[in-house]
Design a protein around this ligand. Structure first.
Ligand code: G3H
Ligand code: ZN
Length: 286
């Protein structure tokens, strides 16, 4: 029911578009993200952080939930099931649980160790037909306990880590997880250009929430093939649920029914994901 991401992202880089990577937290999130892919007739990547997988009850449960939801909703577009920002142990666990793609995030390790562990995860994942994302430099800010200083990816390190064989490569180019601070300098296109000239591997832009559309599209035109967006859906969901409660709808009739209370939030996630897919120019399935 899943496919790995290797060809999907190679095609995206070659074709000058990106495929969105969206984080799930539960059943509603999963349905909203899958519905957005189906509705736009585009391939989609659904991912969990280590924290979200723990919250949901483990990698196996997440894998089964997403696979069964694909079946029950009759989803026909290609879906990649990916581990977002995994450490070494988590990457191995997600591979064993049946994810079709994993990120090994070694940004907090000395470079040599990041390289060695990336090689190991690549070998193990490829044995199982699973794609791997590695990271050079770091993403600023914090996401689910993953904290980064935001150093720019070093081009020599990009080349060295790329030789370890990851299928796509996350690069620090001034991007930040979560809400962007006042006075953020924007993406570093000069560094992105140097990196894109050095490697053909599809590049990944993390921290996709809050980056202006023009900057995202410019980055895609330069070699970004996967854009990760998480906070944007969380904010959209929270606003919709808050509006429902503030309007007192939970107090009217059976308005407290969670299926009613969460419906607006779920739709808001789907709308946000569909809008991003449109920004990214994701190529439709024939
Ligand atoms: O790995 C996930 C992303 O990089 C999401 O970042 O929450 O800032 O959109 P974001
Ligand atoms: Zn990220």
């Amino acid at each position: 029911s899943f496919i790995h991401g290797t060809e999907m992202f190679q095609a995206a880089r070659k074709g000058g578009y990106a495929v969105g990577a969206f984080n799930t937290n539960n059943l509603e999130w999963t349905r909203a993200i899958l519905a957005a892919g189906q509705n736009t007739n585009t391939p989609i990547l659904i991912q969990t952080s280590m924290g979200a997988a723990k919250y949901m009850g483990g990698y196996k449960l997440v894998r089964n939930l997403v696979a069964d939801t694909i079946d029950s909703m009759g989803i026909t577009v290609p879906v990649v099931m990916h581990l977002d920002h995994g450490n070494y142990e988590a990457a191995k666990e997600a591979i064993a649980a049946g994810y079709s793609s994993v990120m090994f995030d070694g940004h907090d390790l000395p470079f040599e160790e990041n390289l060695e562990k990336t090689k190991e995860i690549v070998a193990l994942a490829h044995e199982h037909g699973i794609s791997v994302e590695a990271e050079v430099g770091s993403i600023g800010g914090e996401e689910d306990g993953i904290i980064g200083a935001g150093e720019l990816a070093d081009v020599e390190e990009v080349k060295t880590l790329n030789a370890a064989g990851p299928d796509f490569l996350a690069v620090g180019i001034g991007n930040i997880h979560g809400v962007y601070p006042e006075g953020w300098k924007g993406l570093n296109f000069e560094r992105l250009g140097e990196i894109a000239a050095a490697v053909d591997t599809p590049l990944v832009l993390h921290g996709g929430s809050g980056i202006p559309k023009e900057q995202i599209q410019k980055a895609i035109s330069m070699g970004i093939a996967k854009v990760n967006v998480n906070t944007e859906q969380q904010i959209a969901w929270a606003k919709a649920v808050r509006a429902y409660v503030e309007a007192g709808k939970d107090l009217e009739g059976k308005g407290f029914d969670p299926r009613k209370m969460l419906a607006g939030g779920t739709q808001a996630i789907q709308d946000t994901v569909e809008e991003r897919i449109d920004w990214f120019g994701t190529k439709k399935i024939n």
